[in-house]
Design a protein around this ligand. Structure first.
Ligand code: UDP
Length: 468
């Protein structure tokens, strides 16, 4: 057996969509014999369990740092700032207390401030992007140019990005308000922008994507944005290679065997899986349309329904309509809480996925070879929709946030059509799935992972100087 590799610190951003893929990637790095310390907070400690049972205690360690206090309202920039204030001094102290500290800080793209920390310690920083290289390019443009939309009402004006391959265009409402400046400067937004731009100074960037899917954007980042080749596309990382994926990211809220038995009793490609991610809660109107559409369509479905957390409860949040569950009995399987999404998507009975197009869901759907019914709600999801529908031909547009909510009869028709075996999207989805699986099984993503590990193993330990 070869000698153990170098030691790195892995620092995921503490939400499901960022944590899950980073742990999947950590599993692969451990399989390639790196030594890893994962920074976790008490809320996420349990997510390490599958890795702890799989890897030797000499190669996998964890560093427990406190969670920040909950904020009264969701505000990403303020959260990022609090996390920096809480973890920067603790991390500095931790590194300085070790005789042979990790040689690199491998941290989520939301943790741009770890670049200053790495620099202070004389270490390399590697960025992990849990989003596509397409949306990473867009974020760079938005942060560099500090988009000015002076009139918050002008939601339908079109914004163009000619510097990005394929010159994408977006209606203003699809651009997150974080990137907009109105008349008054906002210190939280300014912090977000500077924090993001620190990713430009990193030593390298790792994407959960694959070359066949995003070659032009990866190339753009290498040549136009970063100016070097230390960009690695290692995805889709889906926790395979010996990890139990049934409890990925959380324990299933329904007995797994019951769900599998239900799916086993259905024909191939006859079920639609419905989920809008780990935290988005449907509005009243969206919920009514989804429920009515499913009911009117008569298709078999598994629906992972998210109920609001205390901080998300509002007069506008949707609830499952009265009597719905009885009316769809035998046709629908509802999961209230955490769904074993990856296992559901991979079941032969599932043929289509009604999704908000979060990047993980996008990759999981692609790898499973299902037709994607797209209904983006925010963040990078509009960009992911463009990729699925316009560039890959595996998606069908259904809705857009609250701006474009389909009639329930239209949704019902699309649900039925998505299971039609003769649709072009189905054959295209099968081809793309093969490309995705080939990439991680000896193909381009496997090669990139190999060269990432090699590059890390070649880093000379820090001499304590301030600059690399
Ligand atoms: N997920 C899951 N069960 C759920 C909800 C989400 O396993 O009930 C997983 C899903 O498979 C994906 C991640 O959580 O890996 C959600 O990430 P995504 O980027 O799709 O969306 P987000 O939740 O960040 O909006």
């Amino acid at each position: 057996m070869s000698a153990a590799g170098q030691h790195i610190l892995v620092y995921p951003f503490p939400t499901s969509g960022h944590f899950i893929p980073f742990l999947d990637l950590t599993h692969r790095l451990l399989n390639r014999r790196l030594t890893v310390t994962v920074l976790v907070t008490p809320n996420n400690l349990h997510l390490l369990d599958p890795l702890l049972t799989r890897h030797a205690s000499s190669s996998l360690h964890h560093l427990l740092l406190p969670d920040m206090d909950p904020l009264p309202a969701p505000n990403l920039p303020a959260r990022l700032r609090r996390l920096r204030d809480l973890h920067y001094p603790a991390l500095l102290q931790w590194f300085q207390s070790l005789t042979s500290p990790p040689v690199a800080i491998f941290s989520d793209f939301f943790l741009g401030w770890t670049q200053s920390l790495a620099s202070e310690l004389g270490l390399r920083r590697i960025v992990f992007s849990p989003s596509s290289s397409f949306s990473y390019s867009l974020n760079m443009s938005l942060c560099r140019e500090s988009l000015r939309i002076d009139d918050p009402q002008a939601e339908n004006q079109t914004l163009s990005f000619p510097d990005i391959p394929n010159s994408p265009k977006y209606p203003a409402y699809q651009i997150n308000s974080i990137y907009r400046t109105y008349k008054d400067a906002d210190p939280d937004k300014e912090f977000y922008r500077r924090n993001w731009l620190q990713n430009l100074e990193s030593w390298g960037v790792v994407f959960n994507t694959f070359s066949d899917l995003e070659a032009i954007y990866i190339d753009h980042l290498k040549k136009e944005i970063m100016g070097h080749d230390r960009i690695w596309a290692v995805g889709p990382v889906l926790g395979d290679d010996g990890l139990d994926t049934t409890n990925r990211g959380g324990s299933s809220s329904v007995p797994f065997q019951d769900l599998v038995a239900w799916l086993d009793s259905r024909d191939d490609n006859s079920v639609v899986y419905v989920s809008f991610g780990s935290h988005y809660v449907l509005t009243l109107k969206q919920m009514d349309v989804v429920a009515s559409g499913l009911e009117e369509s008569g298709v078999n479905f598994v629906w992972s329904v998210r109920e609001p957390k205390a901080s998300q409860v509002s007069r506008d949040h949707g609830v499952i309509p009265d009597g719905f569950e009885d009316r769809v009995a035998g046709k629908g399987f509802l999961i209230k809480g955490w769904a074993p999404q990856l296992a559901v998507l991979r079941h032969r009975a599932v043929g289509a996925f009604l999704t908000h197009c979060g990047w993980n869901s996008t990759l999981e759907g692609i790898a499973a070879g299902v037709v994607m019914l797209t209904w983006p709600m925010g963040a990078d999801q509009f960009t992911n929709t463009k990729l699925l529908v316009d560039e890959c031909g595996v998606g069908i547009r259904v809705g857009e946030s609250t701006q474009n909510i389909p009639e329930s009869s239209t949704l019902a028709r699309m649900l039925v059509e998505s299971l039609d075996g003769s649709r072009a999207e189905r054959s295209q989805a099968k081809m793309l799935s093969e490309e995705a699986l080939n990439a991680v099984n000896g193909g381009t993503s496997d090669n990139d992972l190999g060269s990432l590990v090699k590059a890390i193993n070649e880093i000379k330990p820090s001499t304590g100087s301030n600059k690399i």
